[in-house]
Design a protein around this ligand. Structure first.
Ligand code: UFG
Length: 328
């Protein structure tokens, strides 16, 4: 039996594939390579195709014995989702519908879903727990919430069990040094700060310093990508043991402001990093920090790589060795 990983050639997907391979799982990856990289796959059988293409899904499910699915394939940029929401509804929501219908058709009853803290919107309570209100402030978060709700109804009607993992801010790179974060274009804070440290950018733009936080910049909860990968494996095991559907937050429980991230990056890299304050970016909540108590208790998740210095150091090592990402 194999695990199907959609979006497995992407940043978090490829780190999860690496962790699944380390424990001897058979892996099938479906990725349209819009954001993913073939070189990011350390193994597994790759199908290059889109979730919205029924033929490619038929091929994947008929040629392999799939026991469970880990579903990463989606667009995931907050800023872009505010400019072209239709792209997010089409790829994320309709793509997930296509996948769930094929899972139903082929009798595959387990799915682990890559969700996000963006489903909460501006939180009522900090740290955020899974019972808190979900009121997204951006189209990206709204589509991920819609995908979760779709899974809920496919469970009610067809018994497909799902575990949704709501990540906070993924960062860092695999300890082997073989894979890391490489988006094109890059929009995430830590890789952009490191590109500025490398001299690939003249400065880092700080999007807003007038938020209601101690230094006025947005606060996020940064979590190592390999800790996220481990949680997916625990979630697959949980579903295989017959668990009911559930939602889990995955974060460190500690928030860092944009200014603090830049300062720690200066210390880790020993390089000068210039910053320029710019207007707020649409859709950004001021503060997102997780309570991951439920994942710790129910999944047995124990994120071990949680010092921000170490997370940034692992990303820095990847950037130094691969200044152009996966392109040679
Ligand atoms: N930021 C800057 N300058 C930049 C880039 C980012 O100031 O050049 C700021 C953003 O405004 C935000 C913070 O840094 O306040 C983090 O931004 P990212 O783009 O790195 O991450 P987001 O918090 O917007 O989103 C990320 C993922 C989403 C996920 C979310 C959950 O991209 O998929 O974390 O917290 F939903």
């Amino acid at each position: 039996m194999a695990v199907l990983v959609t979006g497995g050639a992407g940043y978090i997907g490829s780190h999860t594939v690496a962790a699944l391979l380390e424990r001897g799982e058979s892996i099938v990856v479906l990725d349209n390579l819009q954001q993913g990289h073939k070189e990011a796959l350390l193994g597994g059988k790759l199908y290059v195709g889109d979730l919205r293409d029924a033929d490619v899904l038929d091929q994947v499910f008929t040629e392999n014995q799939i026991d469970s699915v880990i579903h990463f394939a989606a667009n995931s940029l907050v800023g872009e989702s505010m400019k072209i929401p239709g792209k997010y509804y089409h790829n994320n929501v309709y793509g997930t519908l296509c996948l769930l219908e094929k899972m139903q058709e082929y009798g595959v009853g387990k799915i682990v879903f890559s969700s996000t803290a963006a489903t909460y919107g501006e939180p009522e309570n900090v740290p955020i727990d899974e019972h808190d209100r979900t009121l997204p402030t951006n189209a990206y978060g709204e589509t991920k919430l819609a995908m979760e709700k779709m899974m809920k109804w496919f469970d009610t009607a067809h018994g497909i069990k799902w575990i949704s993992l709501r990540y906070f801010n993924a960062a860092g790179a695999h300890e082997s040094g073989k894979i890391g974060e490489a988006h094109n274009p890059e929009t995430h804070l830590i890789p952009i700060v490191l590109e500025a440290a490398l001299g690939k950018r003249p400065h880092i733009s700080v999007f807003g310093d007038d938020y209601d936080t101690a230094d006025g910049t947005c606060i996020r909860d940064y979590i190592h990508v390999s800790d996220l990968a481990d949680a997916h494996i625990l979630a697959v095991d949980k579903l295989r043991s017959g668990a009911e559907s559930a939602v889990y937050n995955l974060g460190n429980g500690q928030g860092f402001s944009v200014n603090e991230v830049i300062e720690i990056a200066r210390q880790v890299t020993g390089r000068e990093i210039k910053e320029v304050v710019e207007p707020r970016r649409a859709g950004d909540p001021a503060k997102l920090v997780a309570s991951s108590q439920r994942a710790r208790t129910e999944l047995g998740w124990n994120p071990g790589r949680n010092k921000l210095e170490d997370i940034i150091a692992s990303a820095w090592s990847w950037h130094l060795n691969n200044p152009d990402g996966y392109s040679k």
